[in-house]
Design a binder for this molecule. Structure first.
Ligand SMILES: CSC[C@H]1O[C@H](OP(=O)(O)O)[C@H](O)[C@@H]1O
Length: 346
């Protein structure tokens, strides 16, 4: 990877500012947990696994800001830090998974001194980041087998290195197929309104020399119907027990169009994106974001002032449209309710 999405450096959190891509590759440095929370809420960093890593590093930063005389006081204040991180964005379960993991480590280490506790949390946050990179490469290996020689792969939003600790989930599959020597190309749709496809996926794949063509969101059906798309691979923000998958708004439309055109539609995600506490996708919280994301582009109005706007940032694709869920433990197909539970059962 020729960029670093997020890094713990000199007891600060450094992340690329994704709101300024593709024009400017700018890195921001954060020394306190509240500014990391703001960076997640403002999508300086975004992408389910990436915001999980950011939340974990935010908790580790917060631990260094706590002044406490006892472990009980420390843990109580750490809970407050975790609550701030948990209130940033509601849909990606990886954020909550990472926060809960940091909490568990803190509770299990409460026999240690406060300085040791702070160091343990820093190490755990860095471990979450490093594990995510390895997980993405495993997802890539498993998913690459599904991509035929000469394929044209349609992807939606950005599920790449910028959405993870590096390498990506959906783009990890694409990278692995490319690295395996398969002569593939990618169609990236722009992904209105925040343009993760046009601004981030196109930028990442061009930097890696992977052939990529940008299309507008409303062109996906056209190319599928003309037989120009071999398969679709997207990321995920939360996968319910039955395989229903929340992902960037517009994913459901791509999945239905793929089914209509008999094109396989795959979801690539780490196991930390599974939320087996939810029976189906209807229970997944869908983030609604500010109307300005729809009415303005790079600060310029594209709609009349005062227009009514809805801006759901995610939608849910029913499991019946998903040909396979690609995880670090392999590809799950068919009976998702049973097979996803088997994945997480030790
Ligand atoms: C690797 S999962 C990335 C996932 O997160 C994105 O949402 P956002 O850009 O709003 O954080 C999108 O749903 C991607 O598929």
């Amino acid at each position: 990877m020729s960029f670093r999405t997020i890094e713990w450096r000199d007891d600060k959190v450094v992340m690329i500012d994704q709101t300024r891509l593709p024009g400017e590759e700018v890195y921001c440095e954060y020394g306190d947990y509240k500014s990391v929370a703001e960076a997640i809420r403002g999508m300086i960093i975004r992408g389910a696994p990436a915001i999980g890593v950011a939340a974990a590093m935010g908790v580790a930063l917060g631990a260094r800001e706590i002044i406490a005389d006892t472990q009980e006081s420390f843990l109580r204040q750490l809970d407050n830090v975790c609550d701030v991180m948990a209130r940033t964005r509601p849909t990606a379960v990886n954020l909550f998974w990472a926060i809960e993991r940091m909490k568990r480590v803190a509770v299990c280490s409460c026999d240690k001194s406060l300085d040791e506790l702070r160091e343990i949390l820093k190490v755990e946050a860095i471990r979450i980041e490093q594990e995510d990179l390895a997980i993405c490469k495993a997802i890539g290996r498993h998913g690459a087998a599904l991509i035929p020689e000469g394929a044209t792969v349609l992807t939606h939003c950005n599920a790449g290195g910028l959405a993870t600790a590096g390498y990506g989930t959906a783009l990890g599959v694409i990278r692995a197929a490319h690295e395996a020597g398969k002569n593939i190309q990618v169609f990236a749709d722009e992904t209105r309104p925040w343009l993760q496809g046009a601004r981030l996926t196109a930028w990442e794949l061009m930097k890696d020399g992977i052939p990529v063509t940008l299309i507008s969101d409303n062109m996906a059906g056209f190319f599928m119907n003309r037989g120009e798309i071999t398969c679709c691979v997207v990321g995920a923000d939360r996968i319910a027990a039955n395989g229903d998958t929340a992902n960037k708004i517009g994913t459901y439309s791509v999945a239905v169009l793929a089914r209509e055109n008999n094109i396989p539609f795959y979801v690539a995600a780490p196991i930390s994106t599974l939320d087996l506490s939810l029976e189906n996708g209807e229970q997944i919280p869908i983030e609604e974001r500010h109307s300005r994301e729809v009415t303005h582009l790079q600060g310029l109005p594209v709609a009349p002032e005062g227009i009514a706007v809805r801006n759901p940032a995610f939608d849910v694709t029913p499991a019946r449209y998903i040909a396979g869920i690609i995880t670090e433990k392999g590809v799950v197909t068919g009976d998702y309710s049973k097979k996803l539970k088997d994945l997480v059962t030790p």
